[in-house]
Design a protein around this ligand. Structure first.
Ligand code: NAP
Ligand code: GFB
Length: 314
């Protein structure tokens, strides 16, 4: 196989680290993987992005870099989520076309689908209505990746595609309580409750439903998409299981062996009630793929956080 130079933008984050871990068991000859952080280039700047492509001359790009956050981060910054992610996405795809990159895999999310929809959601429903009001900035910026991919294929014959993961969690996550996602936020909170003998506080009613994918499972699937998936159309990468926020909070409580009081702060927003996505398309391609059981993945994530408490992102 010809030598491949694979640039992973946002490579130092949760999903990027998941790919790096997954790679340990499936490295291929002739592949050079380069995992980038914002220190390598500010991808919201066109000139920095061009300099990055001039430096590495990638043959393939996995584009993960983004302004990312949970429900509460999105609710207070829809403008920044839209404009900064739009800049990064347009810069990456423009340079990929200019530098003749053979394939780009960009990352969307199941939270960007229409808020008013039938279930389960599938890949064909992406543009069938406005997203949930809590994260419209992020959602529209992400949807434009699909519009750009199709237009670059039509006009420049570029092989740009995208993946649509459900909620992701795992080692190297952003455990910041205000801006992070629910699983890392609750892991942070249960460990603090354990240390201080205070209640374990779960925000909202706990009734919304979510699908979760372990970052290492997602890493394996992204490597497969890069190497084997040939469509421009997006593919949903979601686990089979849908659980309530309350269910996942109690899995985290059990994984941390927390015995103290649990409190639901119901004055906090619940966000989208559900965003049930179908993984039928993935199952057609990879019928044998095994997702890590949720409890196992949560236990590993809690253990990782406790063992890396001093350096974990918060
Ligand atoms: P993350 O842990 O916050 O990592 C974000 C990455 O993007 C970091 O490496 C960060 O670099 C980089 N980045 C941010 N701003 C940048 C800039 N201006 N220039 C260059 N790099 C920049 O996020 P993640 O959870 O891994 O998300 C990765 C991708 O998955 C994103 O596209 C996200 O939308 C998507 N996704 C995530 C979830 C989820 O639940 N986490 C679900 C669905 C989809 P620094 O470390 O230097 O800041
Ligand atoms: O992961 P999360 O913040 O984002 O989950 P979404 C929010 C849900 O978890 C809400 C509840 O129902 C919250 O009330 N929750 C309970 C908590 N405790 C906590 C906590 O300590 N922290 C957080 N963050 N939530 C996001 C989108 O939606 O999904 C983003 O807004 C992104 O754009 C992400 O795509 C994957 O799942 O609601």
């Amino acid at each position: 196989m010809e030598k491949r130079v694979i640039l992973v933008t946002g490579g130092t984050g949760l999903v990027g680290k998941g790919i790096e871990t997954a790679l340990e068991s499936c490295k291929e000859e002739g592949e050079e993987w380069i995992f980038l952080s914002s220190k390598d280039a500010d991808l919201s700047s066109e000139s920095s992005t061009m300099a990055l492509f001039e430096k590495y001359k990638p043959t393939h790009v996995i584009h993960l870099a983004a302004i990312v956050g949970g429900l509460f981060a999105n609710m207070k910054a829809n403008c920044d989520f839209f404009r900064l992610n739009m800049k990064m996405n347009t810069n990456i795809l423009e340079m990929a076309q200019k530098f003749n990159v053979k394939k780009v895999v960009s990352c969307m999310s199941t939270c960007i689908f229409p808020d008013k929809t039938t279930y389960p959601i599938d890949e064909t429903m992406l543009h069938n209505g406005p997203p949930h009001s809590s994260n419209y900035g992020y959602s529209y910026a992400k949807r434009m990746i699909d519009v750009l991919n199709r237009s670059y294929k039509e006009q420049y014959n570029c092989d740009f595609t995208s993946i649509i993961p459900c909620n992701v969690f795992g080692p190297h996550d952003n455990f910041n309580i205000q801006n992070g996602h629910v699983v890392p936020g609750l892991i942070n909170k249960v460990v603090e409750a354990q240390k201080n003998g205070t209640p374990f506080e779960i925000w909202g009613t706990g009734s919304p439903l979510r699908q979760f994918i372990y970052s290492i499972d997602l890493g394996k699937l992204i490597i497969w998409v890069l190497r084997e998936y040939k469509e421009v159309d997006p593919i949903i990468l979601a686990s089979d299981q849908e659980v309530s926020i309350k269910d996942v909070a109690f899995m985290i409580k059990d994984a941390a062996e927390f015995q103290g009081e649990v409190k639901f702060l119901t004055d906090k927003a619940d966000g989208q009630f559900k965003k049930t996505a179908s993984n039928d398309k993935l199952k057609c391609y990879l019928p044998q793929f095994q997702f890590t059981p949720l409890e196992t993945a949560i236990k590993e994530s809690v253990t990782w956080y406790k063992e890396n408490y001093a350096t974990a992102r918060r």
